[in-house]
Design a protein around this ligand. Structure first.
Ligand SMILES: *Cc1c(COP(=O)(O)O)cnc(C)c1O
Length: 432
């Protein structure tokens, strides 16, 4: 690895736990040392030693129009010149809220916060307050942020590190979290039969993204809706990752089942720290100061983040969204073909503009199926790509994200690198 990167990585390991400020960045899931980046544009990242990479991570999802889309950049710069933060209402909040109301016509009100973690944390508090119940049902392998209640069997970052949950999470809180397998409606039904009157909410990624992309089986979301209604619990969609990536109108447009609450993040902030919590006016009005459920944030509704999110979503029309989706589809198909040519078992699961190549011949329907996927092979594939200028997620259980800036030349470059990386893998495999 080039000189400056080596030096910075050494210093970072002295400065930060594990060298990073968010665990998956440390490359523990694939081995080797992470790259330090200096700049980005469109579908590309440039590292501190000047090497350029095609980026399929896109800051873990937000850059649906590519890095530094001119309209997004201009909006942020203008907002910065007007004032970084007021700690008071401003029109930028309304601009982004109007866009979200148009895209999600089923919502009544929303609240902006600074991170997906915060949005989910607030959604749970709201659900517990609204139902006067304590239990939350989540799915194995689903990551909903790093707050205490949901750090139980929480997907990629946690799975990669092999931690079943985290020390420091009080057992009393973890005990309020029920765990079911994604796509296993029967199991959820049984849990509701046993203690339905104590369950405040189900929280679900409508299309799972944090154990890799695992779409809902037909009837799964409708079944969750029916059970929650019947037992007086709320249904919360965590769309922090899927929001506007599985469909330009969100999961409700994609799957036709309405939740009570939705959390948004990533794309909504356009690459800056913003997230939101939305639902009926009646539910949202339980939040202070309209209601008594407390939630606050010094930098909530940050003018820069509101401007970035609004500019991104204003420029995410049917054409740009379809372009991003086509890029994901072509890349997924190409990867599947390239693996097949080398006799490497690979199953690609895609939802809109996100997909995951699982190194297994069988479909993945829940976290239980992940055991079949060959994470070591993914690690080798990852480094095969990286050394050829393609930056994929540094974990076998993450989604790859496309953007409208991922044109045909970018797909071709990615697939050429993938063919070579698969050939290396094919050569290393024992012949049967
Ligand atoms: C990323 C993510 C979160 C956490 O969002 P942060 O902004 O990282 O706190 C929560 N839920 C889902 C589904 C996510 O993908």
């Amino acid at each position: 690895m080039a000189q400056k990167n080596t030096r910075l990585w050494r210093e970072a390991q002295e400065a930060f736990p594990g060298g990073v400020n968010s665990p998956v960045r440390a490359f523990r899931g694939v081995g080797g040392s992470p790259r330090f980046f200096r700049s980005a544009r469109g579908p590309h990242l440039t590292d501190v030693d000047g090497a350029r990479y095609v980026d399929w991570v896109l800051s873990w999802g937000p850059h649906l129009l590519g890095h530094r889309h001119p309209k997004v950049e201009a909006a942020v710069l203008k907002a910065a010149r007007d004032g970084l933060s007021f700690g008071a209402p401003h029109e930028g909040e309304l601009r982004l809220s109007r866009i979200l109301h148009k895209r999600l016509p089923w919502i009544g009100k929303l609240r902006f916060v600074c991170s997906g973690t915060e949005a989910v944390m607030t959604a749970l508090r709201l659900a517990r307050a609204a139902t006067s119940r304590d239990l939350i049902l989540k799915f194995n392998g689903a990551y909903h942020g790093h707050h205490d209640s949901l750090l139980v069997k929480a997907g990629s970052g946690v799975a990669t590190l092999g931690l079943p949950d985290s020390p420091g999470v009080p057992g009393a809180l973890a005990a309020l979290t029920l765990l079911a397998e994604y796509n296993d409606l029967d199991q959820v039904r049984q849990m509701f039969q046993r203690q339905g009157s104590r369950i405040a909410a189900i929280i679900v990624e409508p299309c799972s993204g944090n154990m890799g992309v695992v779409p809902p089986q037909p009837g799964f979301l409708a079944g969750l809706r029916e059970l929650t209604r019947k037992h007086g619990a709320l249904l919360i969609y965590d769309e922090v990752m899927t929001g506007f990536r599985v469909h330009p109108g969100g999961a409700v447009a994609a799957y036709g089942v309405e939740p009570d609450l939705v959390t948004l993040g990533k794309v909504v902030g356009g690459g800056l720290p913003a997230a939101a919590l939305a639902g009926s006016a009646k539910l949202l009005d339980l939040l202070a100061p309209a209601g008594s459920v407390y939630q606050a944030g010094t930098l909530s509704g940050s003018p820069l983040a509101m401007a970035a999110g609004a500019a991104l979503l204003e420029n995410l029309d049917a054409t740009t969204w379809k372009r991003a989706e086509a890029a994901a589809a072509r890349c997924a198909e190409g990867l599947e073909e390239a693996a097949k040519a080398e006799g490497i078992p690979l199953t690609i699961q895609r939802a809109g503009t996100m997909f995951t190549p699982f190194f297994t011949a069988e479909p993945v329907r829940s976290a239980k199926d992940l055991a079949r996927a060959d994470a070591k092979a993914y690690g080798k594939f990852f480094h095969g790509l990286l050394s050829r200028g393609v930056y994929a997620p540094p974990s076998a259980y993450e989604a790859w994200f496309s953007s409208s800036a991922h044109g045909p030349a970018i797909i071709a470059k990615t697939l050429a690198a993938a063919r070579a990386a698969f050939q290396d893998l094919g050569r290393a495999r024992p012949k049967r």
